[in-house]
Design a protein around this ligand. Structure first.
Ligand SMILES: *[C@@H]1O[C@H](CO)[C@@H](O)[C@H](O)[C@H]1NC(C)=O
Length: 383
C-alpha cells in the first residue's frame, strides 16, 4: 500500500509540471489502468526486493560489525594474571612475628608495553595487595633497561576499589572538592599495602595531613623500597597495630576528617576488613575520633558468599553509624562502604543520592579517576 501511494505521488508531481488538464487525465489513468492491473505484480517485486535488501543488510552487518565487538578482559591493564604478561620476582621478605611472607614482582605486559609492580602474600598469588604503574627512564623500554630502576607513578590508580575509597572521601563532605581548606584536613589510614590510596592523595592534595598505620614492619620496608612511599611533614607511616593507634588517638582527643580501614587478615572467605576491627569497642572508638562531618571508609573484600558477607559487615557498621553509603565495583569483588556519624533525612533520600552522585562525579573528574571506576554505583543504607 505504501508503495502504491508513493507511486501516485510521483506521478502527480510529474503531472503538475505539465498542466491541470493532463493531471486529471493522469489521475484517471492511474486509477483505471495502472493500479487495478499492475499492483499485484508490483507488490510481489517489492516483497522480493525487500527480502534481498534485508538479507544483504544483515550479512553486511555480520561482516562489518561483528569483529568490532571485542570483549576487553584486561580492563585498565590491571589484570596481572593475563596471558600476555611476564612476571619477575624482585624481592621476598618474611615477617619476624608471623610466618607471613610478602613478595614484590614486576609484571611486564607485552600487549600494552607497560610495566606494573605488584605485592602479594605468599599463598595468595592471585590476590595482589597492591599494583602500581611504573614510569620508564626517558627513551627506555623493558627490553633496554632493568625495571627495578624505574620510578613509581603515584597518580595512576590501577584498581577500582582504591579509586572508590578516594571517591568516598568526597561523596559526603569529609573532604571539600576544592583544595583551599586542605591544611586543616587530617586522615588516619589503617593498612599501608603499597600505599596506593595515601600516595595518590598525597601527590594530588599535598596539604592534607595523612597518617598511615601499618602493623607489619616488613610491608613498610617493601613499600618504601619498591612502591615510592615517602615520609615527610604531611604524610607519614607509623608502624603500629591499628587498634592501638585508634585507641591512642581517642586518648589524645584527636579528630579526623576520615578514618580509612584498609586492613585485612588471612581468612579465605572474607580477608578484608580484618575482623578484629569489627568489635563494638573499636567502632565506638573510631566514631569518637571522627569530626562531626567526618566519615569511616571500609574496604570489604568478600571472596565467598559475597552478598551475605557484605550485609554482615554493613549491619555491624550500622549498629554504630546511622547511615552508610555502599559502592560496588564493576570488575572487582570489593565493596567500599562509607559510614557517617550523622544521618540523612529519610524523606528525601532520592535528592540526597543525586547530590552525592554529583559530588562523586565532580571529584572523580577532577582527580582523573573516572575512567578507572567506569560508572558509579552507590546505595544509601539507613540504620
Ligand atoms: C601517571 O599516570 C597518570 C594517570 O594514568 C598519567 O596521566 C601520567 O601521564 C602518568 N605519568 C607518567 C610520567 O607517565
Amino acid at each position: 500500500m505504501i508503495f502504491e501511494r508513493d507511486r501516485q505521488r510521483l506521478l502527480l508531481q510529474n503531472a503538475s509540471q505539465t498542466n491541470i488538464g493532463s493531471r486529471k487525465l493522469l489521475l484517471n489513468n492511474l486509477k483505471q489502468s495502472l493500479f487495478r492491473q499492475v499492483s499485484g505484480r508490483w507488490m510481489f517485486r517489492l516483497a522480493k526486493f525487500l527480502f534481498f535488501f534485508i538479507l544483504f543488510g544483515y550479512l553486511l552487518w555480520l561482516w562489518i560489525a561483528r569483529p568490532q565487538v571485542i570483549i576487553d578482559e584486561n580492563f585498565g591493564e590491571s589484570d596481572p594474571t593475563s596471558a600476555d604478561s611476564d612476571i619477575t620476582k624482585i624481592e621476598t621478605l618474611c615477617s619476624q612475628s608471623t610466618s607471613t611472607c610478602y613478595s614484590v614482582v614486576d609484571i611486564i605486559n607485552h600487549k600494552t608495553a607497560s610495566v606494573q609492580r605488584g605485592m602479594y602474600i605468599d599463598g595468595f598469588e592471585k590476590e595482589y595487595d597492591t599494583v602500581k604503574e611504573l614510569i620508564p627512564p626517558k627513551g627506555m623500554t623493558f627490553e633496554t633497561s632493568d625495571t627495578r630502576m624505574w620510578t613509581i607513578n603515584n597518580t595512576a590508580i590501577t584498581t577500582q576499589y582504591v579509586a572508590a575509597m578516594i571517591t568516598q572521601l568526597f561523596t559526603t563532605s569529609a573532604l571539600p572538592l576544592e583544595d583551599s581548606g586542605d591544611s586543616e584536613r587530617e586522615l588516619l589510614v589503617i593498612g599501608l599495602g603499597g600505599g596506593n590510596f595515601d600516595m595518590f592523595l598525597h601527590t594530588k592534595r599535598q596539604n592534607i595531613k595523612i597518617t598511615v598505620v601499618e602493623l607489619e614492619p616488613v610491608v613498610v620496608q617493601l613499600a618504601t623500597r619498591w612502591f615510592g612511599v615517602v615520609d615527610n611533614d604531611q604524610r607519614k607511616t607509623v608502624i603500629k597495630d591499628g587498634i592501638v593507634a585508634i585507641s591512642e588517638a581517642k586518648d589524645r582527643a584527636s579528630k579526623y576528617d576520615a578514618v580509612i580501614l584498609d586492613a585485612c587478615d588471612n581468612t579465605k572467605e572474607m580477608p578484608c576488613p580484618a575482623k578484629t576491627f569489627l568489635t563494638d569497642q573499636i567502632l565506638i572508638n573510631i566514631k569518637s575520633i571522627l569530626k562531626p562531618m567526618g566519615t569511616l571508609i571500609v574496604n570489604i573484600l568478600p571472596l565467598k558468599r559475597h552478598e551475605i558477607n557484605v550485609e554482615k559487615v554493613v549491619k555491624t557498621l550500622l549498629s554504630h553509624f546511622p547511615v552508610c553509603i555502599k559502592m560496588h565495583m564493576s570488575y572487582e569483588a570489593n565493596v567500599v562502604v562509607s559510614c557517617l556519624p550523622y544521618s540523612f533525612a529519610a524523606d528525601n533520600l532520592d535528592d540526597t543520592k543525586q547530590l552525592i552522585l554529583q559530588r562523586a562525579e565532580t571529584a572523580t573528574n577532577n582527580l582523573g579517576i573516572h575512567r578507572v571506576l567506569e560508572y558509579l554505583d552507590l546505595t544509601i543504607v539507613l540504620k
